[in-house]
Write a protein that binds this ligand. Structure first.
Ligand SMILES: *Cc1c(COP(=O)(O)O)cnc(C)c1O
Length: 451
C-alpha cells in the first residue's frame, strides 16, 4: 500500500486550483501561500487524509483565520472587574478619544509649543497628578513594576533596602519583590517573620549601608490570625530619623474613597502620601481605571532622583498612554463624574438593583434556559482581596450541554464571551458586561444553546 502522505498536493498545484486562485484577488499572495502550506502540513500530520471540507474550503478558512487580528475585543461576563487576563481596566470614552486623536498625527509629546524647543514628555501628566493628590512631584512610567524598579534603583542602588518578610510578595506574571530588588542593584534585607513584623525589627536592621525602607501593600492576599505589621507612617518616621529614604508600593491607585460602597481596607493614594513616605508607586490600570501605566508620586527630591535614573528612560511611557491617562485623570477633578464615566469605578459602585434589572433583561433575551440568581462579583487585579460584591447572575441551565462545552461555544462567539462556571453551571455576571453589549450576549447565548 502506498503511504497516503505521498499523494498530498504540491503547493503550486493547490495554488492553481480555481477556489484557491480566487483568494489571490483579495488577499496578499504571501498570506495565501502560507495558508496553503499550513493546510498541507496539517493534512500530513493527520496521516495524509484530505480535509473533509475539501482543499479549497480548508485553505479559505485558514486564510480567514490568519488574516484576522489576534488581539480581539472580548466580552467579560466573569464579574471580575479588574481581570488582568482580559486587559484590566476598560477606558472611559474621553480617554479613548484622546488616544485616537493623538494616534492619527503628530503631537507635542516632547516639544514645547511656547518656546519652539525640545520639551519633556514627563511634563504631560505631572501638573494634573500634583493638583489631584497634593504630591510634591510626579513621574509616569510604563507600569507599576517599572515604577518600582526605577524607584529602587534611584533610591537604594548599591545600598540596602529593608522589607518585611510578610511583604515579599509575588504580584503575578512572575513579578516578585526580591527579584525586582536584585535587578535594581539594591541589596534586600529581610526583617520580621511571615506573619509578624514589629517596629523594632526595622529599627534593628538599619545600618550605615541602609538606603531605603520599603513598604509593600499586600494587594492580592490577606493574612489573618496572629499577625502584626508596621504601618507606613511608622516606617516613614524610622526612615527619616535614620537618614534613609522610604517607598510605599501601593499596587492599586485608588484616588477616591470607595467605603460608602462597601469597599474598605484598600489605602487611597492620599492616605499613602499622608503617611510621610518619600515616594509611592501604583498602577494606572487598576482601581484608577486608566491605561497601563506606573505612577510615582512623592517629594521633589525623590521624584527627581527617579526621573534622572537611567532606568526611567527604559521604562518610559508612550504617547497613547499619556493621552489616555491625562483624560482619565481630568475626570477626577469632579469625583462624581469620575465615578460615572470611568468604567471600573462605575462597575464597582453600580447599584445592585440596576445590575438585577440588566440581569433580568439578559434572561428575557435568552429565554427559559436562563434564570436570575443572587451571587457575588470580584474586584480582581490584586485589589480589595477577599472583598465580595453582591450581584445578580444569569445562570444557564441547558438540558443537553455540558458547562465546559457551552463555555467553549461562548468563547468561540464573535466577539468572544468569557463566562464563569460555578456549581457546574455557566453563569454570566451583568456587572462587567458593558451596557451596549447586553443584546450581543443574549443573541450569542441563544445561538450557543441552539447549536
Ligand atoms: C499590581 C501590583 C504591582 C504591579 O503593577 P503593574 O502595573 O501590573 O506593573 C506592583 N505592586 C503591587 C503591590 C501590585 O498590586
Amino acid at each position: 500500500m502506498t503511504d497516503p502522505r505521498r499523494r498530498l498536493p504540491a503547493v503550486d498545484a493547490l495554488l492553481a486550483e480555481p477556489d484557491v486562485a480566487a483568494l489571490l484577488t483579495a488577499q496578499p499572495r504571501g498570506l495565501v501561500v502560507r495558508a496553503v502550506r499550513d493546510t498541507i502540513e496539517h493534512a500530513r500530520a493527520n496521516g495524509g487524509a484530505a480535509p473533509p471540507e475539501g482543499w479549497g474550503a480548508a485553505v479559505r478558512a485558514r486564510v480567514q483565520r490568519l488574516a484576522a487580528p489576534s488581539l480581539l475585543p472580548v466580552i467579560n461576563a466573569t464579574g471580575v472587574v479588574l481581570h488582568t487576563n482580559l486587559g484590566r481596566a476598560p477606558l472611559a470614552r474621553s480617554a479613548r478619544e484622546a488616544m485616537s486623536r493623538i494616534a492619527a498625527g503628530y503631537s507635542n509629546l516632547e516639544y514645547d509649543l511656547a518656546l519652539g524647543t525640545r520639551g519633556s514628555r514627563h511634563a504631560l501628566c505631572r501638573d494634573l497628578l500634583i493638583e489631584l493628590t497634593g504630591a510634591g512631584d510626579a513621574l509616569v512610567v510604563n507600569n507599576a513594576a517599572g515604577a518600582l524598579l526605577v524607584a529602587l534603583s534611584a533610591l537604594a542602588r548599591d545600598g540596602e533596602a529593608v522589607v518585611s518578610r510578610g511583604e515579599l510578595v509575588e504580584i503575578g506574571g512572575a513579578f516578585r519583590i526580591p527579584d525586582i530588588m536584585a535587578r535594581s542593584g539594591a541589596t534586600l534585607v529581610e526583617v520580621g517573620t511571615t506573619n509578624r513584623t514589629h517596629l523594632r525589627d526595622y529599627e534593628g536592621a538599619v545600618t550605615d549601608r541602609t538606603r531605603l525602607l520599603l513598604k509593600v501593600h499586600r494587594s492580592n492576599f490577606q493574612v489573618t490570625g496572629f499577625t502584626a505589621e508596621v504601618s507606613a507612617p511608622e516606617i516613614a518616621a524610622v526612615a527619616h530619623a535614620r537618614g534613609a529614604a522610604s517607598l510605599y508600593d501601593l499596587g492599586s491607585g485608588l484616588l477616591v474613597d470607595l467605603s460608602p460602597w462597601g469597599l474598605a481596607g484598600e489605602p487611597t493614594v492620599a492616605e499613602a502620601l499622608a503617611s510621610g513616605v518619600d515616594a509611592v508607586a501604583f498602577s494606572g490600570d487598576k482601581l484608577l481605571g486608566g491605561p497601563q501605566a506606573g505612577i510615582l508620586l512623592g517629594t521633589r527630591d525623590a521624584i527627581a532622583a527617579c526621573r534622572n535614573d537611567p532606568l526611567a528612560r527604559a521604562v518610559r511611557s508612550d504617547k497613547f498612554t499619556l493621552a489616555a491617562l491625562e483624560a482619565t485623570l481630568t475626570l477626577y477633578r469632579d469625583p462624581e463624574r469620575a465615578r460615572a464615566e470611568i468604567p471600573v469605578l462605575r462597575m464597582l459602585t453600580e447599584d445592585v438593583a440596576e445590575i438585577r434589572r440588566r440581569g433580568e433583561a439578559l434572561q428575557k433575551g435568552v429565554g427559559k434556559e436562563a434564570e436570575v440568581i443572587e451571587g457575588e462579583s470580584e474586584v480582581g487585579g490584586g485589589s480589595f482581596p477577599g472583598a465580595k460584591l453582591r450581584t445578580w447572575l444569569v445562570r444557564l441551565n441547558p438540558h443537553h450541554l455540558a458547562p465546559d462545552t457551552l463555555a467553549g461555544r461562548l468563547r468561540g462567539a464573535a466577539p468572544p464571551i468569557v463566562a464563569r462556571i460555578a456549581d457546574d453551571r455557566v453563569v454570566l455576571d451583568p456587572r462587567t458586561i458593558l451596557p451596549d453589549e447586553l443584546e450581543t450576549v443574549a443573541r450569542a447565548v441563544r445561538a450557543a444553546l441552539d447549536d
